[in-house]
Design a protein. Structure first.
Length: 250
């Protein structure tokens, strides 16, 4: 793989890459932009690109993008200023993300959650295998830095961002554009749900799993890497399903 090709395999490039598939485009744009904010790729207060530029980056019409921005404004994730110096700006707080994510979880069926978990189980395992086979030292260094960032996190927002970036960077390490895009899509759907305070994920414990995973990748032990990635994914989805059942009993 050439250096030019590898430059395209980045978290930001994957988050803002053209949408694929034939599902509802507005929902997909909402998830992509929410993911960019959740991952810290786009920061609070940052101005979004112009509607034309952003629509072109995502491969959608400006009308679809405007519909997505309406949803994001309703969720309190984006606000729009009119007139000179105007535009759309990110205004997402931890509380907004928590409330939005909890409401979305309550709307999902158990089957939808399990299907989402099955998909992430498959993607995470494949990513781990190819990261172990193809990862470069520079990739492994990034993964270790993100593991340290997760371990040292003092709040759930920074923990969520470090965790999500780790999984996306591991897909980058696998040198697969399709797997990277798949991981971005899954993080867009799952990240904010998995780090809901009620799930009580422990950043230090999750970082320990990440450290073991990076060790396996560095040793080129693809079987162990797959085992660790799949086990973590399965455990998290099991906890998420349990929370969803708890909410339905209320």
């Amino acid at each position: 793989m050439s250096q030019q090709q590898r430059v395209g395999l980045t978290a930001l490039g994957a988050v803002l890459s053209p949408l694929e598939g034939c599902g509802p485009k507005t929902d997909a744009v909402v998830q992509r932009l929410s993911a960019a904010i959740s991952l810290g790729v786009m920061a609070d207060g940052q101005q979004l690109p112009s509607e034309t530029d952003l629509a072109n980056q995502l491969g959608v019409s400006t009308m679809t993008l405007r519909e997505a921005l309406v949803v994001l404004r309703q969720q309190g994730i984006v606000h729009t200023k009119r007139g000179r110096g105007g535009g759309s700006f990110i205004s997402a707080s931890a509380e907004v993300f928590e409330n939005t994510s909890l409401a979305r979880l309550q709307q999902m069926s158990i089957q939808e959650l399990r299907d989402l978990g099955d998909e992430h189980f498959a993607v995470a395992g494949a990513v781990a295998v190819f990261a172990a086979r193809r990862g470069l030292q520079a990739d492994i260094a990034r993964l270790r830095a993100l593991t340290d960032r997760l371990k040292d996190s003092t709040d759930l927002v920074s923990a969520r961002r470090a965790d999500s970036r780790f999984h996306i960077e591991m897909a980058v390490c696998a040198q697969s554009t399709r797997l990277t895009r798949a991981e971005v899509g899954l993080q867009a759907e799952l990240s904010a749900l998995l780090w809901l305070p009620r799930l009580e994920l422990d950043p230090a414990a999750e970082a320990t799993v990440h450290c073991d995973l990076v060790d396996a990748i560095e040793r080129e032990d693809d079987a162990r890497a797959r085992e660790l990635a799949e086990s973590q994914t399965e455990s998290r989805i099991r906890r998420l399903v349990a929370l969803r059942l708890e909410l339905s009993d209320r």
